[in-house]
Write a protein that binds this ligand. Sequence first.
Ligand SMILES: C[S@@+](CC[C@H](N)C(=O)[O-])C[C@H]1O[C@@H](n2cnc3c(N)ncnc32)[C@H](O)[C@@H]1O
Length: 193
Amino acid sequence: MTKPSEIKEWNAIAGYLYPDEGDYLYNIAAGLKKGSVFVEVGVLQGRSTAAIGLGCKESSSTLSAIDHFLGNYEQQVDSSISQASYGKALENITKLGILDFVLFYPLESFKVAELFDDSSVDAIFIDAGHTREDLTSDFNAWFRKVKTGGHILVHDVGTGIWTGVDDAVRDFKASENVGEVKLERTLLHLCKK
Ligand SMILES: C[S@@+](CC[C@H](N)C(=O)[O-])C[C@H]1O[C@@H](n2cnc3c(N)ncnc32)[C@H](O)[C@@H]1O
């Protein structure tokens, strides 16, 4: 099993995921039971999508990758930040030969959540809006969709920059039945109890 961090094409994908975080997501996806459902909210250009998709290929699972491709506020005001791009994401996933394992939803997160049954998702990675309100609305839309025992992964936790993320995570842990598994650099791994 070749980890994302060992793949030249993966390292070349623009985005904000550290290589060890990419490998962590890959391991979660690769360790799922065959036919599992992984959801990702926040694709940008497909860096995390590719890490998870490579793992889904190992476990014969499927990744539903969601992004409205309108970018976050900070991407709109700072042109040096990589821009969200459906075309780039498709190109990056295709280059890695994992298109069969990734289903793109170029839509608003809560709209896609309505398409999923409750308790149907084995793992979710949330890396979309980074304000307290944005992340709280993702938790509200998706928590009931996750199976008991399912993985909930959140990016940019404890950075000192994304304080809204930390606030939303604190609220979420206090209000929902979740256990903390690990903080892998800025990637928080929770489990639905
Ligand atoms: C930080 S970037 C994702 C980075 C990506 N996970 C990576 O590994 O590079 C956040 C993305 O979330 C998307 N986004 C923000 N709010 C969203 C929403 N409510 N619904 C769908 N996509 C959203 C933006 O368009 C942007 O591409």
